[in-house]
Design a protein around this ligand. Structure first.
Ligand SMILES: *Cc1c(COP(=O)(O)O)cnc(C)c1O
Length: 338
């Protein structure tokens, strides 16, 4: 898979580590049903605290810089990791950044409205526009971009989660990285597990494995935002668009996208008991941090399925840690005194 024709801004430091979860595995004992658990540390990165959005921003900002942009605008929830990392990457590259943030999660307390990612978005110098929960933030962002262009600025607008086909290339590249690392350590991952928010992480990995001649069904995501069927159709569409960008000859079968909606709970950004257990368990057995909105719910899903015997003994399963640590501070009440 040759992606060199796409310009890339340098926001990552080479392959992120893969390692096994030995202490968690010992703790789970027989509940593991013989499954071997691994994590890929996409939560670690050299800009803005790290997280999965950096891989997408490498392509999005690479193109923006090639087009001579001086300003980037993106959208997200108040506690958006994508908005935080866009602001940080823009600072690193010397671009102005504006964020259109929606109050899509029913929280008005100071932890949610002022701490975590909201604090960091300000710290990275982004100009913030706050919108009500039901606002069309992308339309507002496009309108603002037109105003700025009228003033002579050169503006790029990125969609929610950075999940345009171009952004998804970041995770197509990650599929190749995983395949190389797996070959190097002599492992054949039965499944690669990710959270699904704006669908770009799953879509990019699926398109990447397809382009590598692998079965894209090796990827499974737990949706934390859209209900299962909606997440499936969005992910299929994005995976197809991404695959077409890599090679118009690729075809993604209808059943190529596996999505589980059982661990989303009442809705986006609303805590579940499984999430709380997963975050605590990973912290206390491995010293690793999941986040309350995405990776906590996805890891809860993986733990549930492993305990339920969804994988044969000996299967190696890779969980991609996607970041989001600042979210823990916005959800202090869920963990305080835990
Ligand atoms: C955005 C995000 C995800 C989901 O990735 P998508 O590509 O939007 O599906 C997962 N984990 C964290 C921490 C995120 O910020």
């Amino acid at each position: 898979m040759d992606l060199t024709r796409f310009p890339r801004a340098a926001l990552t430091d080479g392959p992120t580590p893969i390692r096994s979860l030995d202490r968690l595995s010992t703790h789970l004992g027989a509940e593991l049903n013989g499954v071997r658990l691994f994590v890929k540390r996409d939560d670690v990165g050299p800009v803005g605290g790290g997280g999965n959005k950096l891989r997408k921003l490498e392509f999005l900002l690479g193109q923006a810089l090639a087009e001579g942009a001086d300003t980037v605008i993106t959208v997200g929830a108040l506690q958006s990791n994508h908005a935080r990392l866009t602001a940080a990457a823009a600072a690193r590259l010397g671009l102005a950044c504006e964020l259109f943030l929606t109050r899509s999660v029913p929280r008005e307390d100071a932890d949610y409205t002022g701490n975590g990612n909201r604090l960091l978005q300000d710290l990275f110098g982004a100009r913030i526009h706050l919108l009500p929960g039901e606002a069309d933030s992308l339309a507002e962002a496009e309108a603002r971009a037109e105003v700025l262009r009228g003033e002579g600025r050169r503006v790029s607008v990125f969609p929610s989660g950075g999940s345009s086909p171009l952004g998804c290339l970041g995770y197509a590249a990650c599929a190749a990285e995983i395949a190389e690392q797996a070959a190097l350590i002599g492992l054949d991952f039965a499944r690669i597990v990710v959270p699904n928010g704006s669908a770009g992480t799953h879509a990019g990995l699926a398109a990447g494995f397809l382009a590598l001649g692998r079965d894209p069904r090796c990827v499974l995501s737990y949706t934390v935002l859209a209900p299962e069927e909606q997440a499936r159709s969005a992910t299929i569409a994005r995976a197809r668009d991404t695959a077409a960008l890599i090679d118009p000859g690729l075809t993604l079968p209808d059943d190529a996208i596996g999505i589980d909606g059982a661990h989303r709970g009442p809705g986006y950004g609303i805590p579940t008991e499984g999430m709380r257990e997963a975050v605590r368990l990973m912290a206390r057995t491995e010293g690793l941090l999941l986040d309350p909105v995405y990776s906590g719910k996805a890891f809860a899903g993986l733990l549930h399925d492993v305990r339920a015997g969804a994988y044969p003994a000996g299967a190696a399963v890779l969980f991609v840690m996607t970041g989001g640590v600042p979210g823990l501070f916005a959800y202090r009440g869920e963990f305080a005194g835990a």
